[in-house]
Design a protein around this ligand. Structure first.
Ligand code: PGA
Length: 262
């Protein structure tokens, strides 16, 4: 687990975009797992900039989104389809046929979820899964109590999550009660995970995710068992970490070793 504590949202966005760019330059047909929400918007802006100014090429990238509200059509302004095209895909050269986002209006949810899992495998599995974290410690929409082995399925949202996400809707009653989400088991199979968090409202979830017990109470905590995990958090989101100074020291050492390889 590599924990990188940065100053603020901007630095988190720049550093996370750098990780994605590096992986993409190394593997032009990268399979990305992508999140929505406020957290990754800055990273998407940095990646768009890298595409426009430095020719970062997404033409062979395949991407799978983590989740989608159940019941919303792809053209609904609050759907994650809309979010992804508006905030990212419309501004880079990804091929529309290489973009996979769960269908909030799938006729048969179970069939769709099985197909989604199958498609991820068919494309070779996710190389890099980018994640935000909810205040309740969720990744994707895997709310507390989700099985740590869960797969893509419909999940009922907690009231806290509906409340948090109501800022994107006209009123809270409009926030869907359910979502299709990749499961914790699905996410865990990604070859590498990159978790981002910014702001003090995430501090408790970040502390539990990194230092708490692995538990369904904080589904992000399963990531502690992942062999290739980078966590980039800003100072505010890191404020409850008990071993914060040590993580910073580790980071300084890693930077030094990279600069002066032995
Ligand atoms: P946020 O959501 O990025 O909008 O804070 C994160 C999440 O709920 O996973």
């Amino acid at each position: 687990m590599r924990i990188i504590i940065v100053e603020d949202y901007e630095e988190m966005s720049r550093k996370s975009a750098k990780v994605v760019s590096e992986r993409l330059r190394r593997k032009p047909d990268l399979v990305l797992g992508l999140p929505t929400g406020s957290t990754p918007v800055g990273m998407y802006q940095q990646l768009i900039k890298a595409h426009k100014e430095k020719g970062l090429d997404f033409s062979r990238v395949r991407s799978f989104n983590l989740d989608e509200y159940w019941g919303l059509s792809p053209d609904h302004p609050q759907s994650y389809h809309y979010f992804m095209w508006h905030n990212f895909f419309n501004h880079i050269n990804i091929k529309p046929e290489n973009v996979y986002i769960p269908r909030g209006e799938a006729e048969n949810a179970e069939t769709f979820c099985n197909w989604y899992e199958h498609k991820i495998k068919e494309e070779g599995g996710i190389d890099l899964q980018v994640l935000g974290i909810g205040r309740d410690g969720h990744i994707g929409f895997n709310e507390p109590g989700s099985s740590l082995g869960s797969r893509t399925r419909i999940k009922t949202l907690t009231e806290e999550t509906r409340e948090d996400n109501s800022r994107f809707f006209e009123k809270k009653e409009d926030v869907p009660y359910c979502a299709i989400t990749m499961g914790i088991g699905t996410i865990f199979e990604a070859k590498e995970c990159l978790l981002l968090a910014s702001g003090d409202n995430k501090a408790e979830a970040v502390q539990k995710c990194i230092e708490g017990p692995v538990s369904t109470e904080t589904t992000a905590s399963l990531l502690q068992l992942h062999s290739k995990l980078i966590i980039i958090v800003d100072e505010e989101a890191a404020k409850n970490l008990k071993s914060k100074d040590y993580y910073k020291h580790t980071q300084r050492m890693a930077e030094k070793l990279q600069a002066e390889p032995r």
